[in-house]
Design a protein around this ligand. Structure first.
Ligand SMILES: Cc1ncc(COP(=O)(O)O)c(C=O)c1O
Length: 362
């Protein structure tokens, strides 16, 4: 068996030891004689899994006690609907502000427009989202129900280094491509959501972290299975949840704990990103796509100065086991997604390949 270094943006690589553990337990879950995905979501075995996932998440993140952890169907984009349905009613004006830093931020804003009065508080669209735009929270109307940002912009390779202080107005962040890759002060946020498929597990499910006092304000026509208060009351088991995804998340969190936790993984992530950014910055052959001050440590985006060589770069990289480096069509070029599970060796191999490719084609 040969495993490649998988630079795909998501679904993304998971730690090999997690994949092996899931494989080993697949047919016979810890002596039960059945697989976990074959048994009830209300069994004592699954109860233990979801309780452990909660406990590990709290331990690793330092999430304050007044925040709830919910496992919500439909991945990240379903939260683009659920967030306004649950939060826009916090204020009778039904206003929310969105900061547009990329494609997913725009989709979120358009979806929210179905439910209230949405303003674009800041945008970097005019420079093809190569940066985080200046945003002054003082410009917000006091009756704004919430402000939505995208923490890390997967496609464009930018991230918020400092999060805006929105005062009494809850800050909501889509952290799909960065949750648990860096330390956070969760008190800065009213709610955070993330699809699992980058740093946490398989696609199709989102983890939602929400401050308790923001529950219970859903618009009257909100489907029960998008109402965060319903998830909170039922421990995310109002109906049959995706038990496999929660189990995989549990294994990923166990792995993260073994690695030394978020502090250790953040330092490793910074080191990995620096290796690639240094290779870009020390050469005229490669051009970084994002402004330096706003560079992501999860998605490194760059172009070749000779863009006609991009296809050759990608196919040669692929032959060397450097998989899925093609940039998103909105940016072009190359994107190296280097989530928590990407080992340092993967980034070193990419840098060695970049240098060799430049030497042969520069
Ligand atoms: C920042 C961000 N938000 C949302 C999404 C959409 O996630 P999903 O496919 O789970 O709806 C993605 C997927 O890549 C993403 O990177």
């Amino acid at each position: 068996m040969k495993r490649v270094f998988n630079f795909g943006a998501g679904p993304a690589m998971l730690p090999t030891s997690v994949m092996e553990k899931a494989r080993d337990e697949f047919l016979d879950y810890r002596g039960l004689g059945a697989g976990l995905i074959e048994i009830s979501h209300r069994s004592k075995e699954f109860d233990a899994v979801i309780d452990r996932t909660d406990a590990l998440f709290r331990e690793l993140s330092g999430l304050p006690d007044n925040y709830r952890i919910l496992y919500v169907h439909g991945g990240a984009q379903m939260q683009f609907s659920a967030i306004p349905m649950n939060l826009i009613g916090l204020n009778p004006a039904h206003k929310a502000a969105y900061v547009e830093t990329g494609n997913f931020a725009s989709i979120a804003r358009k979806e929210a427009q179905r439910y209230g009065n949405i303003t674009v508080a800041a945008s970097s669209e005019s420079s093809n989202f190569d940066r985080i735009p200046a945003f002054d929270p003082a410009s917000l109307d006091a009756d704004t129900s919430y402000v939505h940002i995208t923490g890390n912009n997967t496609i464009f390779g930018t991230r918020w280094n400092q999060f805006p202080d929105t005062g009494k107005i809850p800050l909501v962040a889509d952290m799909t491509s960065e949750l648990l890759s860096r330390k956070l002060d969760y008190n800065q946020f009213g709610a955070i959501f993330a699809g699992l498929q980058k740093n946490l597990g398989p696609a199709g499910l989102a983890v939602v972290l929400i401050r308790e006092d923001l529950l219970g304000h859903a618009l009257p026509y909100t489907p029960a299975l998008l109402d965060y208060a319903v998830y909170n009351k039922s421990h995310s088991l109002q109906n049959t949840n995706n038990t496999f995804a929660i189990y995989m998340m549990c294994l990923v969190l166990e792995w993260l704990k073994e690695q030394g936790g978020v502090d250790v993984i953040e330092a490793r992530n910074e080191h990995k990103a620096k290796l690639i950014y240094d290779a870009i910055d020390s050469s005229d052959f490669y051009i970084g796509s994002a402004q330096k001050a706003d560079r992501s440590i999860m998605n490194v985006t760059f172009n070749l100065a000779k863009p006609e060589l991009s296809d050759t770069f990608l196919s040669e990289a692929n032959k060397q086991g450097l998989y899925a480096l093609k940039g998103h069509r909105l940016v072009g070029g190359i994107r190296a997604s280097i989530y928590n599970a990407m080992p340092v060796e993967g980034c070193e191999a990419l840098v060695a390949f970049m240098k060799d490719f430049e030497q042969r084609n520069g």
